[in-house]
Design a protein around this ligand. Structure first.
Ligand SMILES: [Zn+2]
Length: 52
């Protein structure tokens, strides 16, 4: 059975630190995800953009 899941990573929009990763289905409908999460480098909440 083929793997239906892949891992995507999220980087801080400002400092580019990769703070988060997430398992998602390859069949997901959304093209790109953005998360507002705490960045330990900026030491505040920032938008995190999905990267490969
Ligand atoms: Zn940051």
């Amino acid at each position: 059975m083929a793997k239906a899941r892949t891992i995507i990573h999220f980087e801080c929009a400002k400092c580019k630190e990769k703070n988060y990763s997430k398992m998602v289905s390859k069949k997901r409908k959304f093209e790109k995800l953005n998360l507002k999460k705490y960045c330990s480098k900026c030491r505040e909440h920032r938008m995190h953009k999905e990267i490969k």
